[in-house]
Design a protein around this ligand. Structure first.
Ligand SMILES: Nc1ncnc2c1ncn2[C@@H]1O[C@H](COP(=O)(O)OP(=O)(O)OP(=O)(O)O)[C@@H](O)[C@H]1O
Ligand SMILES: O=P(O)(O)OC[C@H]1O[C@H](OP(=O)(O)OP(=O)(O)O)[C@H](O)[C@@H]1O
Ligand SMILES: O=C(O)c1cccnc1
Ligand SMILES: [Mg+2]
Length: 633
């Protein structure tokens, strides 16, 4: 039996079908040659011949063995809204390249063109995809099928690339079973926060001492780090930034610092503060009058300080209270409390501007107190100032959140910070110190994540910008859009580069699963072939170009990879415009059910993409027929 979720007979899309997220995504967002070809097809009366195109890539990015398919949501919105405006047509007919074109091309053809003759089959958004297996296919008249090429590619290439990059980083930081609700094999012991233990992390006494000198893994229980996207400032413009926030969430990032992405896409947003905030405070005088409202009974308050003045005040949510709302018994000056702990600890040399900044931030966000501690000296000043203010806040009933490190040796510093937090937890009997977040940022990439794992670290959250959004180690995915059939006749494209030879004709793509439950290979079979793979039946699977490379598979499960997602006149087939959360979950499910060697960072295993024997014979016959015999003299 084959799992096939094709859904036919869909009702038409409502007129209010969502528009592409980016207003630039219109029929003119294309390369000129798509429009010149459209004219030539129209002029030579070829534009209505039915063609079949495949959108696929030839090589996985980042030296990896898989690619996540993303961007289908925007493709569907683009196709649903495809229409040249009058303005577009006026522009086109006045360009030097098209000004000689017949009026009817503009007035009869382009003006009335939409995607009502376009049918798209696609993999489910978020699918793990492999070279040469189409992410989507388009069946359409040559004219429109050709016109949508560039836009479709730009809508799929970067989203798939950045989702894949994100997923690789998440796997590097959190391991294969990266989501909280991952199924089998996940650790069972949970820390006091909602998250699970780090891969390989010990789950015994949290307070065992840590061997900092060796730099190896400590005995503390660790949470799996979460990843937050920080890339907007470094992205390739606003669309790059927005798309990165969107599709890194699909790839497993937990939150973004991009506020607009949070608003439009309903993503969790997160953030700390910058060095400039710390630099701007120069003296303790700036914060001497700040108070925080003491939370009700049951706090661990150790001071009886009460307010005597009514300067700037903040409530527990960080809002400012005016003079008339201040209850003097409930509001407490924070600085003296912190200074009391400075006395007790003997940490007299910490930077006072930094201490002032932390007091100011604590008064503004008493429930979200997380400080960047590396502005002056991470261990001698920032960490200590944080501890002082954190103790003071805890006295008033608030739970401090943690610290951020943005420079230096992130392994060493995070372990040192963790060690001090455990010392403080013991010394002052304050359990909150054991649950603090240690956020790390600063040019982090996948390689550094793996290296940090090897060295050992105590980071609970990574903020990643530049390397995530620019996909620095491979800035483009090479998806192409190729014609494989016209008028029902297969077409081939040859190349000196064997990787670029096109497998002709319409195909059905299957994923064959083995006994272990995970996918064994993908198989492309001609659409008209009598033998399609079925569960329990031996199927011969050949390498497309090397006949000797072949395997026989008796699949335990067979999944047809494509289903109809856009149905010409009826538009988007219901159920295929998934929410980001659904797509993210689907990515997670597949990562959890993938052969572990495919996820390996160094020399990952290769996933087989095969073709059927009849398809192999046909490909090579056509290759032979279309290759002229070179004459040597
Ligand atoms: N323990 C570690 N192992 C591997 N790489 C690390 C480790 N700690 C930090 N890094 C990385 O090393 C690089 C350090 O970069 P760089 O020397 O420019 O920064 P820095 O001097 O620490 O800070 P800055 O210049 O921003 O003040 C960053 O990419 C960082 O993520
Ligand atoms: O390092 P990324 O992965 O790109 O993450 C984003 C960076 O942006 C912020 O500072 P910014 O880099 O603007 O200034 P800084 O380097 O001087 O801290 C932040 O502190 C990170 O370092
Ligand atoms: O919130 C942060 O800490 C942040 C956000 C973007 C870039 N760098 C840091
Ligand atoms: Mg930086």
């Amino acid at each position: 039996m084959v799992d096939d979720d094709d859904d036919h007979g869909a009702p038409p899309n409502p007129p209010s079908f969502p528009r592409p997220s980016n207003n630039l995504v219109t029929p003119l967002l294309t390369d000129l040659y798509q429009i010149t070809m459209a004219y030539a097809y129209w002029k030579t009366n070829q534009h209505e011949r039915i063609a079949h195109f495949e959108l696929f890539f030839r090589k996985n990015p980042f030296g990896g063995s898989y690619t996540l398919f993303a961007g289908l949501d925007e493709v569907l919105k683009f196709l649903s809204n495809f229409r040249f405006t009058d303005d577009d047509i006026t522009y086109l007919r006045n360009t030097p390249q098209l000004s000689h074109c017949e009026n009817a091309f503009f007035d009869d053809y382009l003006r009335n063109l939409d995607c009502s003759m376009v049918v798209v089959h696609a993999m489910k958004e978020g699918s793990m995809a492999f070279p040469r297996v189409p992410l989507l296919t388009v069946t359409a008249p040559l004219g429109i099928g050709n016109l949508i090429e560039t836009t479709m590619l730009t809508l799929v290439n970067y989203p798939s690339l950045v989702a894949t990059n994100a997923c690789r980083m998440v796997v590097a930081a959190r391991g294969q079973f990266w989501e909280e609700n991952a199924g089998a094999n996940r650790p069972t012991t949970r820390s006091r926060r909602d998250d699970d233990a780090a891969p390989g992390g010990k789950r015994n006494d949290r307070r065992k001492s840590v061997q900092l000198a060796e730099g190896g893994p400590s005995d503390y229980t660790r949470r799996r780090p979460k990843l937050v996207e920080f890339g907007l400032r470094r992205a390739q413009g606003p669309d790059g930034g927005f798309s990165a926030s969107k599709y890194s969430h699909v790839g497993g990032f937990h939150a973004t610092s991009n506020v607009l992405a949070g608003k439009i896409l309903d993503l969790p947003i997160a953030g700390t503060h910058a060095h400039s905030f710390v630099q701007s405070y120069t003296s303790l005088d700036l914060v001497g009058g700040l108070t925080v409202r003491r939370l009700g009974s049951g706090t661990t308050t150790t001071t009886t300080t009460t307010t005597t003045t009514t300067t700037t005040t903040c409530d527990e949510d960080g809002g400012r209270g005016g003079e008339d709302v201040v209850d003097h018994d409930d509001y407490v000056h924070l600085l003296p409390l912190a200074l009391k702990y400075r006395e007790e600890t003997g940490w007299h040399d910490t930077n006072e501007g930094e201490l002032a900044a932390f007091v100011g931030y604590a008064c503004s966000f008493p429930n979200g107190f997380l400080c960047l501690i590396d502005t002056y000296d991470t261990l001698q000043s920032g960490l200590r100032n944080f501890v002082l203010v954190a103790l003071a806040l805890d006295d008033l009933g608030y739970t401090p959140r943690g610290i951020r490190l943005d420079s230096g040796d992130l392994s060493y510093l995070s372990l040192e910070c963790e060690h001090v937090f455990h010392e403080m937890a013991d010394r002052y009997g304050r359990p909150f110190f054991l649950d603090l977040d240690i956020v790390a940022s600063n040019d982090i990439n996948e390689n550094i994540l793996h290296s940090l794992n090897k060295q050992g670290h105590a980071i609970t959250m990574f903020g990643i910008g530049t390397n995530l959004v620019t996909c620095q180690s491979q800035p483009a995915l090479g998806c192409v859009y190729k014609l494989v059939e016209v008028d029902g006749k297969p077409r081939i494209k040859l190349s000196n580069d064997i990787e670029k030879v096109l497998i002709p004709g319409r195909k059905v793509a299957y994923r064959l699963f083995g006994e272990a439950g995970w996918p064994l290979l993908d198989l492309l079979v001609g659409v008209d072939e009598a033998d399609q793979p079925t569960v329990g039946n031996r199927t011969l699977c050949l390498h497309p170009f090397m006949e000797q490379k072949r395997v026989a598979v008796v699949p335990k499960r067979v999944v047809k990879l494509h289903s109809m997602v856009f149905d010409g006149r009826n538009g988007v087939v219901p159920g295929h415009l998934c929410s980001l959360g659904e797509t993210r979950q689907y990515v997670n499910d597949q990562v959890n059910n993938t052969r572990p060697d495919l996820l390996r960072y160094v020399n990952p295993g290769e996933y087989k993409v095969s073709i059927s024997e009849p398809m192999f014979r046909f490909l090579h016959k056509m290759w032979h027929m279309e290759t002229p015999v070179m004459e040597l003299r």
